[in-house]
Design a protein around this ligand. Sequence first.
Ligand code: GLA
Length: 393
Amino acid sequence: MTSVVLGQLELDEQALVKVLFEQQFQCSAVQVCYAPGRVNLIGDHTDYNDGFVLPAAINYGTSIASAKREDSIVKVYAHDCEQQISEFTLNEIVFDEQMMWSNYVKGTIQALLKKYPDIKGANLVVTGNVPQGAGLSSSASFEIALLKTFALLYQLDLTGVEAALLGQQAENDFVGCNCGIMDQLISAMGQQGHAMLLDCKDLSFEDAPIPDELTLVIINSNVKRGLVGSEYNLRREQCETVAQYFGVTALRDVTLAQLNSAKAQIEPILYKRARHVITENHRAVNTFKALKVNDMMTISETMKASHISLRDDFEVTTKEMDGLVEMIDDVLGDKGGVRMTGGGFGGCVIALVPNDLVTKVNEVVNDKYESEFGLKPSIYLCTATQGAFRSAN
Ligand code: GLA
């Protein structure tokens, strides 16, 4: 948890939202809820193809202080945004063209109301430290923190998987991003110290411990990305077109042999998109197995192959991300793994780094990235944390 300076005070974020809540609403918050962002170790652009992903929840997230209201008004103060206050009533939820952040609240509450039509309003104060537009799921952590908030305020019997589906619904139906389920599900159900192999077809999952001798190093290329405005939705459509060709609902159910035997009939660009998804599913499962037995050589290979596939077949990397991967790979060799992470088109790369190479990776990135690409990198050393709906075990 990072600390934040407010006037003369230095506060951690949970304490900060409580103080801000009192300033805004002249009474105490009844609770503070927190949900983490995530990093995906491998398995990108597979979730909306009913495939496999291997994310971990990270120690960056969104905190919300709250109290119930007797009426149907939701009033939100977003500490980190320029236009900070949004207010709306539950029976009139309208998309806001100006204040984009408020649409995550509106979309989430609209989805929640379909399941729980009797909930009433709330006063909310939000702050977070997930870098925005970096591919670390600041929006999913916001949605899941909101759902946890309402679940506790109104004692709703909402499970983590249900919360994840509602968060995804908010993105798909209200915000306009046709994302899959990975980000919301790991934010809700991640386990401390573990990565999660999630089967996006039936939403079953299994955890693998991240070995103590490895550090999760996230490097932000600081090329900002925006999922809604990006080619993300187009990639999804391309995958669906190939699935339709094979008469299945998702690419999960097409094998590489089937794809290859139809190569001549499929547009080359669609062939490449599908080849990425099918091979990435295998890599995600193999990486999970390798993580469980600490087989770094295999992890190194699968992460490298994943990046190349996202670069050449799925075409979602940038030259900055490719450059970062190359310079870090030179340091790690087969002792660690590195690849782009998340939706792509900018954002972050993830490196699984043996503890004794972390300093070297830092030095190389700081020495080379800015001089080659004219942008300052940001480096986050992360730990895998607990999801908002996951009970300690
Ligand atoms: C974004 C989406 C996820 C997933 C990734 C790519 O983070 O929100 O659902 O599709 O991109 O793996």
